[in-house]
Design a protein around this ligand. Sequence first.
Ligand code: SF4
Ligand code: SF4
Ligand code: SF4
Length: 166
Amino acid sequence: MTSSPSRRAILRGKVNARPHPRPIGALAPMAFEDACSQCGDCARACPEEIILRDAEGFPVLDARTGACTFCGACTEACETGALIAGQPFPWRAAAEPNCLSLKGVQCRACEDQCDASAIRFRLMPGGSAQPLFDDAACTGCGACVAPCPAGAIALHPFNPTEPAQC
Ligand code: SF4
Ligand code: SF4
Ligand code: SF4
């Protein structure tokens, strides 16, 4: 398969050390790394161009470049079985302390982006508002990540047995 210049640039691009999700359909971490050949077919198949490589060369979704539509093109493109349909996608969005609302600045940019209505704001003493992310409603699409003017939202591994983050 040939790559356009923009695709090659994406495939060469590296993401930082923050944990990023594998493309949807990824096997459990060790099984995924055993199965993945780092061929890049998933990245080339993604219409949103959000699949980059991590420092070791494995594919990751970087929501800072766009949102996943869960179209499944990446999973369908994977011929090694590293991505297979029906796997859970255990990633959820959460805001970090540099969130503007937590600092008293009026901002609802994330809420406006969330089609799943997974973000709501709770007024705090002093007039600031705290964004609350509903892990049960969040799909992990990442649509709220890039629009955040403070870069305060990231996707985090989600374990439903742990207390909810906000
Ligand atoms: S599901 Fe679709 S939009 Fe999401 S990473 Fe895979 S190819 Fe891209
Ligand atoms: S298509 Fe499959 S084997 Fe190739 S890089 Fe993506 S996950 Fe790895
Ligand atoms: S990741 Fe997607 S579903 Fe989850 S809060 Fe952000 S926009 Fe909403």
